[in-house]
Design a protein around this ligand. Sequence first.
Ligand code: SF4
Length: 358
Amino acid sequence: MRHWLDVPREGMAEFFQTAGEPEYRQRQFFAWLHARRVADFREMLDLPATLREKLAAAGHLRVLTEKVLRRSADGLTSKWLYHTPATPSVGVSPVESVLIVEQGRRRRTVCVSSMAGCPLGCVFCATGGLGFRRDLTAGEMLEQVYRADCHARENQGEGVSHVVFMGMGEPLLNLEAVLAAADRLGDPQGLGLSGRRLTLSTVGYPEGIRRLAEARRNWRLAVSLHAPRQELREKLVPAARRWPLVELFQALSYYRQASSHAITFEYCLVDRVNAGVGEARELVHLLQGCPARVNLIPLNPVDGFSGRPPPPPVVRRFQNILREAGIPATVRMEKGGDINAACGQLGGEFLAPTPDKP
Ligand code: SF4
């Protein structure tokens, strides 16, 4: 049976025509799904009971099963572990999403997974150690947003204000579904998020960056850089062997012509690995001529990687070198450390590693 959140407007039109329903019923249903984001057909009070029964018989409103919901002690970070429906090839898969409330509760950001697991194996990422299970559908991504939105409305009084595709997985390797989900989030008849409130985060897949540029969506782009030179980056981000820095920056240059937003570079600081004065200066050199901001993230330790976060003076020194060169650099502390909110950590408690998809 279909997941209604996977169905685009055109697909709905076909269902309503076949069911002999007038066109305005489809608009009403779309609004229940994407503007009001309800999870129960019984709440769709302006639809006749017979139509609600037909819709329920034809599809689901929610398919993810909530296994764990943890809230940080300060109540500002919530993290979910869901299970996807079973598929014949991989069975049930774990999926995480996180809601982070910041800036005096004005900003409520949900971090969405685009895959169950991830094939890229970054060394400081717990998801990388899980291996790849499968791509998520657009509906499964939207469901993560809508569930977090419902939670935010209940606990913060207002729903989600920003969405980042930065959870499990590499969104540009599942671009078609990510585009469908993000387009639905931007639909003025739905959540209506503007492009500056939507961010795609990539480990640096050049072909995906070019395709995103050609899709002309003008969302924000974040790139997980983590090292200023090729040989060091390959140690931290194994995918860099396939996607060298030179190709990455050529693709970013192409992307900049299509987007009005500065690119954000995520840089995870690992003591005595990539956090020295030399790396900071190399990073300044690398970013010359590229309008960008840098998020510095002291490592959140994960099992299986011996790296440690640098002491605060080392973090400040790195930040100052960037700022003195005119590059906006902020230090982002990992939110929700007390609930394992770092990428892949919650799922990692419940699932043994699996072999990567070839
Ligand atoms: S950091 Fe992102 S791309 Fe790298 S392994 Fe983790 S989920 Fe995959």
